[in-house]
Design a protein around this ligand. Structure first.
Ligand code: PLP
Length: 365
């Protein structure tokens, strides 16, 4: 927490405004829209709920195709199945570790060969690193397919100087406990389409028609953010820039210490991109590093009670998704094999770094 969160939460308590909705929700939505340079935001109970509502508003239903980056957290893809639609997974490219535009076009052509235009494309900004949005949007425009931009990990990242989350028809943010800022749990849908964001708010509050009695003409969801969580979010927005600076400083420390070691490659940042460096992640090529591999390092750190993690396991390799179509090669698979997320908390101290390097560096000595 930063500092002002408690003040805003106290305000919610003092005014007895504990229910869903309320003044903090309205203000948090304004803060998010201002920060991302979008016109509207709907504060929701999770990023997953935001993706689900985005799919619903794009009329995704049974047996529709939705194209999704394979290298991601499962919440990017699960809502496709909530709608009974078919995920079509796409590999990553080596430059950003995100959706490969060439494989994306192959996936689109596959869908067209089945006489179905995909209903949406879901690129992800992995670990805060912007995807190649220019290329992805060019294909989306060429084939007239809406983009749902999964920026759950990328609040504070920019691409061509514009905020991640602001490029797609709809953008998705998450404030889960592990993200760069948190409301303990929450998410948001952002965009410039007033009607779409209004509709998301409506569906997220049980789709209640405007009537004095309870009347429903559509199926609704209980997906709205509470006024208490939004109070935390308002305080967190005030320290977001600071959090990004802390995460980027973590990355710099790792980079200075490790970049010259054989076999080590950090997640690249292209010239037009600015990553929040949510997690510092790297790959270790066992062929170049004389047999040192990701897993040996992870286990050695674990013994010292220092947590590191493999990169996300691609969706096309997941038991629950492996029967769905996949386009691309082995980039995401290799990232999973050789990739490691290092300790990346915003509050890592000098002593923490000393301890991490004490157990990390001897591998190369
Ligand atoms: C965290 C995350 C989500 C889901 O957000 P929740 O708020 O946890 O539901 C979706 N996509 C990606 C890439 C994420 O990292």
């Amino acid at each position: 927490m930063g500092g002002k969160e408690e003040v805003y939460v106290k305000e919610a308590f003092d005014t007895n405004w504990i229910a869903p909705l309320g003044p903090h929700v309205d203000q948090f939505e304004k803060d998010l829209a201002t920060f991302t340079g979008t016109q509207y935001a709907a504060a929701l109970s999770s990023g997953t709920a935001a993706i689900h509502l985005a799919l619903i508003m794009l009329n995704v239903s049974t047996d529709d195709f939705v194209i999704c980056q394979s290298m991601t957290f499962s919440a990017s893809a699960n809502p496709i199945r909530y709608q009974g639609a078919i995920p079509v997974f796409v590999d990553s490219e080596a430059d950003t570790w995100n959706m490969d535009p060439n494989a994306l076009e192959d996936a689109i052509k596959f869908c067209l060969s089945k006489n179905k235009l995909p209903k949406a494309i879901i690129p992800v900004h992995l670990y805060g690193m912007p995807a190649k949005m220019e290329e992805i949007l060019a294909l989306a425009n060429k084939y007239q397919i809406p983009v749902i931009e999964d920026a759950a990990e990328a609040l504070g990242s920019t691409y061509n100087g514009k905020a991640c989350g602001s490029f797609g028809q709809l953008g998705v943010l998450s404030f889960n406990g592990n993200k760069i800022i948190t409301t303990s749990g929450g998410g948001a849908l952002i965009g410039n389409d007033a009607a779409a964001i209004q509709k998301a708010r409506f569906l997220a509050t049980q789709a209640r028609d405007h009537a004095p009695h309870y009347q429903h003409s559509e199926i609704g969801y209980n997906y709205r953010m509470s006024n208490v969580c939004a109070a935390i979010g308002r305080g967190q927005m005030e320290v977001l820039d600071q959090r990004v600076a802390q995460r980027r400083s973590n990355f710099d420390r790792y980079k200075i210490a490790l970049q010259a070691l054989p076999g080590v490659e950090f997640q690249p940042e292209l010239g037009n991109s600015f990553s929040n460096r949510w997690l510092t992640s790297l790959t270790i090529d066992p062929k170049a590093s004389h047999g040192i591999d990701r897993e040996k390092i992870r286990l050695a750190l674990e013994k010292e009670n220092i947590e590191s993690r493999p990169l996300w396991k691609p969706m096309h390799l997941q038991p629950v998704f492996q029967s769905y179509p996949y386009f691309g090669g082995k980039i995401s698979e290799n990232l999973f094999e050789n990739g490691l997320c290092l300790p990346s908390g915003s509050n890592l101290s000098n002593e923490d770094f000393e301890r991490i390097f004490q157990f990390l560096l001897p591998f190369w000595q």
